[in-house]
Design a protein around this ligand. Structure first.
Ligand code: AHR
Length: 483
């Protein structure tokens, strides 16, 4: 029998709601034909697909990153503002597409307001300049009649957009990136941009581009730590070729967790060495399961139950590391490696939609250090020797006096009988179990076919010590009340 122990005094920290954010990029059918489709009968007068907006609202993202991604490294924001008939149609070189510029900064802000989410704009540090980055901040945020504020007003937006979160470029370390740079060159440009962007608006928060690689991260942090609030980390994982697709996929959250711990230590080391007092948090501003080997056209991932369990474990993992991580934006929200898929006549909620929705709806702000004792398997992945069959993270909602025990049974065939003990707290005898599961690891949803979804059932026999039986291939969030 597996054992879980929860102690309300052993707090890992506060989970920032921005952990549950989303990312949209001018890529494939994410924006055009996804969230924005003026020709669709399902769209409103602004061209926003209302069915997609409703589904996105179900995920309640507190922050939305835009416009890229690789796209941003060749994007000039002035192409996307002002009267639509005057906007240039450009050859888009990051993804070899045509960019109509019909959806630009003001359309993005309008979308954020409709979704009740905080805008997060990533600036172009590929082909872009300091001037361009600072001007974008001024266009969005100034309210003083200076030229860019006046231009925004001329475009119909008299009130400033007040965009607080700004990224200093995207994946500039990679040679797939337009205008990619060495860490030394990037750090120099990022520092210069940070200075003028902050000059444009003192209140903004800046995300430095991390490299998923400690040498890059050390160099850029050492040069920019005094000017930034976050450093980014991206992860995309899937199954390992030649290994069991289910178990190798589910081992990957632990590999990311290992890097996040290294990065956290590096941040603290740089802050100490440089005498930086401002906190610097990690922005996991692109993450998801992405099985490049199996995705049909590279971008259109058809997610299965294993992927949903992986997403549930990633969410547990990020909340376990909530002291270091402040922002998480899932890549991406619609059509491109996404929980929501569209067709001209409707939508499909993929398997991963359900753990994402559960995490945001059924969780508290305080992450508790949850002790888990269970069997595991060999990950076959460097630095991750053993993967537990049971992944558990508990959050506490202090005002509602509720605990949310988020558990994943990774085992393909075996049930987990979990003995749960809660220290120094009495619980109401009844609660609710919210369950996402299915019969086979490769179970998928499709248009008109929702096989994997959340089912909520009453939970009885809850107390200081109780047992919960978690079926194989299942993710459960146990919602229980403190007395
Ligand atoms: O999300 C898809 C792509 O993955 C993004 O454009 C890029 O930043 C990453 O490599």
């Amino acid at each position: 029998m597996a054992r879980v122990k929860i102690d309300l005094d052993r707090r890992l920290g506060v989970v920032d709601r921005k952990m549950y954010g989303m990312f949209i990029e001018h890529l494939g059918r994410c924006i055009y034909g996804g969230i924005y489709d003026p020709d669709s009968r399902l769209s409103d007068v602004n061209g926003i697909r209302t069915d997609v907006l409703e589904a996105a609202r179900g995920l309640r993202p507190p922050i939305l990153r835009w416009p890229g991604g690789n796209f941003v490294s060749g994007y000039h924001w002035e192409d996307g503002v002002g009267p639509k008939e005057n906007r240039p149609v450009r050859a888009e070189l990051a993804w070899n597409a045509i960019e109509s510029n019909r959806f630009g900064t003001n359309e993005f802000i309008r979308y954020c307001r409709a979704l009740n989410t905080e805008p997060y704009i990533c600036a172009n540090l590929g082909t872009g300049t300091m001037d361009e980055a600072a001007a974008w901040v001024m266009y969005c945020n100034r309210d003083d009649g200076t030229s860019y504020a006046a231009l925004r007003a001329e475009h119909g937006f008299t009130k400033p957009h007040k965009v607080i979160y700004w990224g200093l470029g995207n994946e500039i370390y990679g040679d797939w990136q337009i205008g990619h740079k060495t860490a030394v060159d990037y750090a120099k440009l990022a520092r210069q941009c940070a200075q003028v962007m902050r000059g444009a608006d003192r209140d903004i928060k800046l995300v430095l581009c991390g490299g998923q690689e400690l040498d890059w991260d050390r160099e850029v942090l050492s040069k920019c730590a005094d000017l930034v609030d976050h450093i980014s980390y991206h992860f995309y994982w899937g199954a390992t070729k030649g290994q069991d697709p289910h178990y190798s996929n589910l081992a990957k959250p632990y590999a990311s967790e290992q890097y996040l711990k290294f990065l956290r230590a590096l941040i603290e080391q740089v802050r100490r060495d440089r005498g930086v007092t401002r906190p610097i948090k990690i922005a996991v501003d692109e993450w998801n399961v992405w099985d490049l080997a199996t995705a049909a056209d590279g971008l259109a991932e058809h997610y299965d139950l294993t992927d949903a369990l992986a997403v549930a474990i990633y969410l547990n993992m990020m909340r376990r590391n909530c002291e270091a991580i402040e922002i998480g934006t899932l890549a991406q929200m619609v059509n491109v490696i996404a929980p929501i898929l569209t067709r001209p006549d409707g939508m499909c909620l993929q398997t991963i939609y359900f753990p994402l929705k559960l995490a945001v709806e059924k969780s508290g702000a305080v992450a508790l250090d949850t002790f888990v004792d269970c069997d595991g398997y060999q990950a076959g992945y460097a630095g991750v020797p053993q993967v537990p069959y049971l992944d558990v993270l508990t959050t506490l909602d202090e005002s509602a006096k509720k605990l949310f025990i988020s558990a994943v049974n990774l085992h393909k065939t075996e049930t987990q009988n979990v003995a749960i003990g809660v220290r120094d707290a009495d619980l109401k005898p009844t609660g609710i179990a919210h369950l996402v599961g299915g019969d086979a690891p490769d179970a998928t949803n499709d248009f008109g076919k929702e096989v994997v979804r959340t089912q909520s059932q009453p939970l009885s026999g809850v107390g200081r010590e109780f047992t919960y039986t978690l079926p194989p291939l299942a993710h459960a969030v146990l919602e229980v009340e403190l007395l």
